[in-house]
Design a protein around this ligand. Structure first.
Ligand SMILES: CN1CCCC[C@@H]1Cn1ccc2ccc(-c3n[nH]c(N)c3C#N)cc21
Length: 242
């Protein structure tokens, strides 16, 4: 998979050189390219923004600079992803679908955002899909943090990136849509607190059922909104596997 990220703060994406994503890049599992939007400016001040039509505070990112940049990195079949507070929520299902694709391009806006004609223009471009997404109901100063989130959420799903692929099945928002169960390790007693006896029993069937029960309780208690979307069939498959 190839992912291009375009930003006026390319150093914001430096964490993608680290850990699993960094290993995926050096191992050839992920072709990640980070670009400085200002490389596509033509004036001596390397201007990427201007005042908003209709007035109002702040500045808007220019469509011409973004157009030159995206024409340079987009190819047929690419998926243009634009982080914005007004975008569709980024979910695990979205990440799973994106991980199946060949080429993602993330356009990181700043200021008041990117001129709306940019997304409109590329939606009309045959062979290019455009998706505006949000990583949560809070306001950030730009799209770079969202790009970090998206790249990590997608990259970890690529074959060979995570050591034990089975771990991808059990985790939060996994196949059944449940939150993860509580985890414990040594020492068995800490701060006057014990590890649940079932986890020390060595009875794998009981442990699996306890974990699923804990996951269900957590999901119902913390995210009742997810309960309606639970994939019961996947839950049953998980049960059968125990
Ligand atoms: C503050 N400033 C004026 C109000 C509108 C947003 C703007 C800042 N800003 C510019 C580009 C840009 C892209 C994403 C986000 C963003 N915020 N919260 C999310 N979940 C986001 C995503 N994903 C914020 C951005």
């Amino acid at each position: 998979m190839r992912i291009d990220v375009v930003s006026i703060f390319p150093d914001y994406l430096a964490p993608l050189d680290l850990s699993l994503v960094g290993k995926a890049r050096t191992g050839g599992l992920l072709d990640l390219r980070v670009h400085d939007l200002r490389d596509w400016t033509t004036d001596r001040h390397r201007t990427v923004d201007d005042t908003p039509f209709g007035g109002g505070a702040g500045m808007v990112m220019r469509p011409d600079v973004w157009g030159t940049a995206l024409d340079s990195v987009l190819d047929d079949g690419a998926h243009l992803l634009v982080p914005t507070p007004s975008g569709a929520p980024l979910t695990q299902r979205t990440a799973e679908r994106l991980a199946e694709e060949q080429h993602l391009v993330v356009a990181c806006g700043r200021y008041e955002g990117i001129d709306a004609r940019v997304a409109e223009h590329y939606r009309a471009r045959p062979g290019v899909r455009v998706s505006e997404f949000s990583i949560g109901d809070y306001v950030l100063n730009g799209g770079e943090v969202a790009a970090l989130v998206l790249v990590e959420a997608v990259a970890r799903l690529l074959p060979g990136v995570v050591g034990n692929p089975e771990s991808l099945v059990e985790e939060s928002h996994g196949a059944a849509g449940l939150l993860e169960y509580p985890v414990y390790t040594k020492p068995p007693q800490w701060a006057g607190l014990d590890v649940p006896d079932v986890l020390l029993s060595g009875h794998h069937g009981r442990i699996a059922r306890w974990r699923r029960d804990q996951a269900l309780r957590r999901t119902a208690g913390r995210r009742p909104d997810l309960v309606a979307a639970l994939d019961v069939a996947a839950l049953d498959r998980a049960d059968l596997a125990t």
